[in-house]
Design a protein around this ligand. Sequence first.
Ligand code: ZN
Length: 291
Amino acid sequence: MNQFPDDELSDVKPTQKTTTAQTATAAATKTKQVVEEDLDEPQPKAAAAGGHAGKGNPPAAADEDDLDVDFGDEKLATRPNMLNRCRPDKGKAVRFALLPFIKPKSALNHFVELPGKKLTVRCLTPPNSTEAGYCCAKLGKDGELHVAALVLRYLNADLKTGGYEKGATIEWEVQYVDLTRSNYRAVSHLIDEMVEDNPNVNVYDIDIVMKHDPDRAFGYQFQRISQKARWKQNPQLVEEVKLAAEKFTKDDGKILKGRLGKKMNLQEWKALLAGVSAGAEEARLDDVEDL
Ligand SMILES: [Zn+2]
């Protein structure tokens, strides 16, 4: 999969300017803010899975006949270009920092559930268009906006709070977060209070904790857990992270874009939905014709 042609995915920038309205929102959500941590001196330590960039792959021609492997080889067990999704299990928290090496990508998509098949497919409706594409009409539902952003996930942060003990060594992996429109808005507002003191601050400067929203059946809530992203405090770690992120930032983030859904043209959409009865709009029209 993932061999979608380059496309017109819009780069998105989390909003940074604070308006009075936004400040009000920030104040309203302030009660939910977790206690922020004091930063101590974190030591870099890449996680076994995906933490290190695949440096030093031997040339293909070298040692072609040596095919021996051992069980328990972490490198072999992990797909080399695997970009895992950063999200918490129910009742748990994950801690992450947005990575500044590539802009987040956004697109409309549909989650399609068919007998024996579940997949996310990019919507045919162009951004900002009022005319629904074939997919939206057939499914009776507009495509949903998603933003995919590259993050550093802290693998060994506290599973309940996202916190770290003083002096703890960071284990990490480059992953991505899939943000809905409201998630995107929430993340953008996490720095509102900080902007008042420092207009240059941005969302890439902080550490974020993501949890399931206890007030809703589904959905996530986002909190700022540190005004300074831990991984940025150690220059050596910054270099390691940069290197590990390269495979996801190359080709204008081809792998990251792929996480926004499979790209299909009209014919492919028609084939996919061939067995699906018409969506709400079309069904209503059919009813009218039947009268
Ligand atoms: Zn659509």
